[in-house]
Ligand binder design. Structure first.
Ligand code: SF4
Length: 629
């Protein structure tokens, strides 16, 4: 902390945005991305900035640091660092402040690290820039910080490309925190990390907060993480703050209809017999933010008064809410009323009922599955051995059932899924058995293999990467049909494609459009439709919702649940999200180091885990903490 500020009264120790306006220059003119935003970050406290993608969270953090992209401008309001007007500082003054007083951690560490410098040198450079330490002292401090974030000694001499995503994120955290900033803006700092590493990083941040009175602005989509960590929640929607409340109040009784909808959309084991309350529609784009409340198209309580003028941000008892329904002290709508209203606006896919069509016979029986990737050496790249990614995996999956496959990165989940859908035939040595309706998938060739491939399809995490951008949606859906069911007449193929688009809730004109014209959630619907085109019995879903906002995730989970009930599909559902597992899975298998270490009913594994690893994994998962009323 700078010496000049040591004696300031505690009340002045804030980083504040006051009525902050940010515009972005586009072909359509200058558009507001952040609108009259006020938030105050106090030393030693955590404010969580939450809301869906496109609500302006990251741009707010960048504005506080004066690091907006070239097309962005702060057009109004103030940023005050302990009373000092940050916007009035020359760029040289701002550079001195960044890193030393205010640190920032981004979601994607790879872009923030220099690929040609060792990790140690990068941390040393940051220390020497901001602290009066040089040479051996700076190196010693860098080593200590790399150790403190849980990196091995050798990391100091490593280059970023030799580290995993999680390790790179820890380097970033060490680099930013080693200069002991007073305020930290952390934009999805743990999103790319496994839950156990996430728990370590969050514990470290908490410790530093206690030691150094770090003021933390935590930008995240993970409401469970927020509920256990934040002191205050700032909810943004379409560039505006719509609710600002102490975390306990926010989670106990969210007041803004958007806050209520987000919390209702979270999957968990208690809601497994009902569709999730998905929020219809999406955040309005920059040019669609017209007068009145910006949430009105999606709000179940919308009324004429919500049209004009923009609802004021009314101060309440420790809470502020931008909604005409809210009056300080008034009782917000009950969760039941909210649920009923939201269900009325949910897409058709969320209204399925009826029990899953499970028949007694196993659909998929995997026994003793092992997958080894070749180790090649020498000029001729001869295979000199194999590294086992999956070893001796066995499980059974029935029609209409979901097996959740959980575990940390590198535990072999995705490799298991890919081996079953025959994606590793060329790259790896696959042994064991995978019987799909009694037929061993690993022994098939030619036409028999093609037919079996149609029966077992896969949906990936990144719906954009898995869709060919040069094909229209209709062509994308037909492509799989042509490859796996070439005997199908063209007319029937087209009819099936049209029916599929309807089935997954795509808009009527979707078939003639390109993948890039769709949102993430709609692209995932296209990927699911593509997998369903060949009428599979088994879907391997590899983290299909982890790149999506919670509201869109709810839509996709509802869709998958409805399809399972209607078509009797079996899902092998790979995920790190225990809430999703609790909501969807009937059985759960826990993987560690390429092996299944625990397998049982979802109820047993999630509530009475027997294996030590399962217990530690579940302990690290953030849970939604709802304080008693
Ligand atoms: Fe819904 Fe109206 Fe409140 Fe907006 S102002 S959140 S539309 S009730």
């Amino acid at each position: 902390m700078s010496q000049s500020l040591q004696h300031q009264p505690a009340a002045a120790r804030h980083l504040q945005a006051r009525d902050l306006d940010v515009h972005i220059d586009t072909d359509a003119g200058s558009l507001a991305v952040v609108d009259a935003l006020s938030v105050s970050l106090q030393q030693g406290r955590t404010v969580a900035l939450v809301g869906e993608s496109g609500c302006g969270k990251s741009i707010t953090a960048l504005a506080l640091m004066r690091l907006l992209p070239e097309a962005g401008r702060i057009t109004g309001g103030q940023v005050l660092l302990e009373g000092e007007d940050v916007l009035a500082l020359p760029e040289s003054g701002m550079r001195a402040l960044r890193g030393k007083r205010i640190g920032m951690i981004f979601q994607e560490p790879a872009t923030s690290l220099d690929p040609v410098m060792t990790v140690g040198d990068q941390v040393v450079e940051a220390i020497e820039r901001h602290l009066p330490l040089r040479g051996r002292e700076a190196r010693e401090r860098a080593r200590q910080w790399l150790q403190r974030v849980g990196l091995p000694e050798r990391a100091f001499e490593s280059y970023p490309f030799t580290l995993s995503g999680g390790q790179k994120q820890r380097v970033m955290i060490a680099m930013v925190l080693s200069t002991e900033p007073d305020y930290l803006l952390a934009d999805e700092p743990t999103t790319a990390l496994d839950v156990t590493v996430q728990a370590q990083v969050m514990a470290l941040l908490r410790e530093l907060q206690r030691e150094q009175r770090l003021g933390l602005l935590l930008i995240t989509h993970d409401l469970a993480l927020v509920s256990g960590f934040a002191d205050q929640v700032a909810l943004m929607y379409a560039g505006q703050m719509v609710e600002l409340a102490p975390a306990g109040d926010f989670f106990r009784a969210p007041a803004h209809p958007y806050a209520q909808a987000l919390l209702r959309a979270l999957p968990d084991a208690q809601r497994r017999d009902e569709p999730l309350a998905a929020i219809a529609g999406s955040v309005p784009g920059l040019s669609e933010r017209l007068g009145g409340c910006r949430f009105k198209q999606r709000c179940p309580h919308a009324m004429p008064a919500c049209g004009e003028p923009v609802p004021l941000f009314r101060p309440g008892a420790g809470r502020e809410v931008r909604c005409v329904l809210y009056a300080p002290g008034a009782v917000p709508p009950t969760p039941r009323e909210t649920a009923q209203a939201l269900q009325a606006t949910a897409p058709a896919s969320a209204t399925a009922d009826g029990a899953p069509k499970a028949d007694g016979a196993p659909l998929l029986e995997v026994s003793n599955l092992s997958v080894g990737f070749p180790i090649r050496k020498g000029l001729l790249r001869r295979v000199v051995g194999h590294v086992d990614a999956v070893q001796g995996v066995s499980f059974t999956l029935r029609a209409g059932r979901t097996l959740g496959l959980v575990g940390e990165s590198g535990s072999g989940k995705t490799t298991t899924g890919k081996a079953i859908v025959q994606l590793l035939r060329r790259q790896a040595r696959v042994t064991g058995q995978a019987l799909l309706q009694g037929v061993d998938l690993f022994r098939l060739e030619g036409d028999a293999l093609r037919e079996a491939r149609a029966q077992a399809q896969i949906v990936f995490q990144d719906p954009f990467g898995s869709l060919n951008p040069r094909l229209r949606v209709a062509e994308l859906l037909e492509e799989g049909l042509q490859a796996l069911l070439p005997q199908l007449p063209a007319g029937e193929r087209r009819a099936r494609v049209e029916a599929l688009a309807r089935q997954v809730g795509l808009p009527a004109d979707a078939l003639q459009r390109w993948p890039h014209e769709f949102s993430g959630g709609q692209r995932q619907r296209i990927a699911i439709a593509r997998a369903l085109a060949v009428q599979p019995r088994l879907l391997v879903c590899d983290e299909p919702t982890s790149a999506l906002d919670v509201s869109v995730q709810a839509q996709i989970l509802n869709l998958l649940r409805e399809l399972q009930q209607r078509l009797g599909l079996a899902y092998l559902f790979i995920t790190h999200n225990i809430g999703v597992v609790g909501y969807l899975a009937h059985e759960v298998a826990v993987m560690q180091g390429g092996r299944i270490v625990e397998l049982g009913s979802a109820e047993q594994v999630l509530h009475e885990p027997r294996h030590e690893y399962t217990r530690s994994l579940l302990a690290a998962v953030p849970r939604l903490v709802v304080p008693a009323g």
